[in-house]
Ligand binder design. Structure first.
Ligand code: SF4
Length: 311
C-alpha cells in the first residue's frame, strides 16, 4: 500500500487544539504521524498511542454519536423502531467492550482501541464508581432524549430518500485549503428546506458551533449545491432534553467563517519550517503553560513541560 502523505488541512477540532496548546497540536498532527508504521520510532509510537486517548466525556460523546448514527441507518434499511431502551442496550454493549479494551491495554498493539485518559493516567484498572455511573447516566440520558425528541419525530416523517448520506468525514475546499467536516445528520423537509444537524452531548458554545455549522453550510453548498435561503442549521443539545438551537445562516455568516478559517490556517502554516512540504519542528510549538489545560492533556507523559507525569 502507498504511504500516506501528511498533507496540511484544516478542521474545527484542529483549530481548537492550536489555540489551546501549540505543543499538543504539534504532537497530534506531526509528532505522532506515522506512529502506526512497523518502523516508527518509539517516540512516534508513544505519541500515536497518546493521540488516540479519550477522556470519559469524549468517550460518552462518541458512543452517543455512533449509537444514533447506527440507529438511523437501521431505520433506513429495515424500518426498525428507535426506542430509548434499544439505544441504551446497544450503548451498554459498546461501554462493556470498550472498557475491556481499555483495562486489557489492547491499545498497546492496536492504538485505535479504547484508551481512557482517566485510566491511563490513573491506576489502569478501575475508576471511582461515581465516575463510571456518571458516564453511563450521561449516555443513557442523551439517548433517551434523542429517542423522545421532536427532532427525531420530524425526521422520521421524511421519506428516507430525502435523507443525505452523512456522518462520515469528508472534505471540501476554501481557496485551495482542504477543510474536513462530518455532518451528523441532514435531511430535506417537505418544504424543500435542507436541515443540517449537529448532536451535542455537552454544553452550548455558540462561537465554536457557529464555525462548525458554517462549515456544514459551506460543505452543503459545494457538495449538494444547497442554496442559503433554504438551509437550516441546528445544534441539538441532548443533555437538555434535546433542545434545538438554531443558527441563522446568511452570506455574512459564511464570509466571516471563511475569514476565520483562512486566518487560522495561515497562523498554523506560519509555525511550519516548510509550509509547502508541511514540515514542522517540535521546538517551534510553544507550551500553553496552563495547568488547567495540561491536567487533562493526552500528552502529559511525553511533554517536557510536565515531565514525569504518569501513566
Ligand atoms: S502537557 Fe500542557 S504544555 Fe504539554 S502538550 Fe499538553 S497541554 Fe501542552
Amino acid at each position: 500500500m502507498a504511504k500516506l502523505v501528511n498533507e496540511f488541512s484544516w478542521s474545527v477540532s484542529r483549530a481548537q487544539l492550536f489555540s489551546e496548546c501549540q505543543r499538543a497540536y504539534y504532537y497530534t498532527y506531526y509528532g505522532s504521524w506515522g506512529g502506526w508504521e512497523a518502523e516508527a520510532s518509539e517516540r512516534q509510537r508513544l505519541l500515536y498511542i497518546l493521540k488516540n486517548i479519550k477522556t470519559l466525556p469524549m468517550w460518552a460523546g462518541s458512543i452517543v454519536h455512533a449509537t444514533i448514527g447506527e440507529a438511523l441507518q437501521r431505520y433506513a434499511r429495515s424500518g426498525q423502531a428507535i426506542t430509548a431502551g434499544e439505544l441504551q442496550a446497544r450503548a451498554r454493549t459498546q461501554l462493556r467492550s470498550g472498557w475491556v479494551e481499555a483495562v486489557n491495554r489492547e491499545w498497546l498493539a492496536r492504538p485505535k482501541k479504547t484508551n481512557l485518559h482517566e485510566l491511563y493516567y490513573g491506576n489502569g484498572q478501575s475508576l471511582p464508581p461515581a465516575d463510571t455511573d456518571g458516564l453511563k447516566e450521561r449516555i443513557y440520558e442523551c439517548l433517551a432524549a434523542f429517542a423522545e425528541s421532536a427532532v427525531l419525530r420530524e425526521l422520521l416523517t421524511v421519506p428516507y430518500l430525502n435523507w443525505k448520506p452523512v456522518d462520515t468525514l469528508d472534505t471540501f475546499a476554501i481557496d485551495g485549503l482542504k477543510v474536513w467536516c462530518a455532518i451528523d445528520f441532514a435531511y430535506t423537509d417537505p418544504a424543500g428546506v435542507l436541515h443540517l444537524i449537529d448532536w451535542k452531548t455537552g454544553a452550548e458554545n455558540r462561537e465554536s458551533l457557529t464555525t462548525q455549522l458554517a462549515c456544514y453550510a459551506l460543505y452543503a453548498a459545494e457538495t449538494w449545491f444547497a442554496s442559503l435561503d433554504r438551509l437550516r442549521l441546528q445544534g441539538v443539545f441532548l443533555r437538555e432534553k434535546a433542545r434545538v438551537s438554531d443558527y441563522p445562516v446568511g452570506a455574512e455568516m459564511l464570509v466571516d467563517a471563511k475569514d476565520r478559517i483562512l486566518t487560522s490556517a495561515a497562523a498554523m502554516r506560519q509555525a511550519l519550517d516548510d509550509a509547502q512540504a508541511n514540515v514542522a519542528s517540535e521546538a517551534r510549538f510553544p507550551y500553553c503553560e496552563n495547568e488547567r489545560i495540561c491536567r487533562r492533556c493526552n500528552y502529559r507523559q511525553a511533554c517536557p513541560y510536565v515531565a514525569g507525569a504518569g501513566p
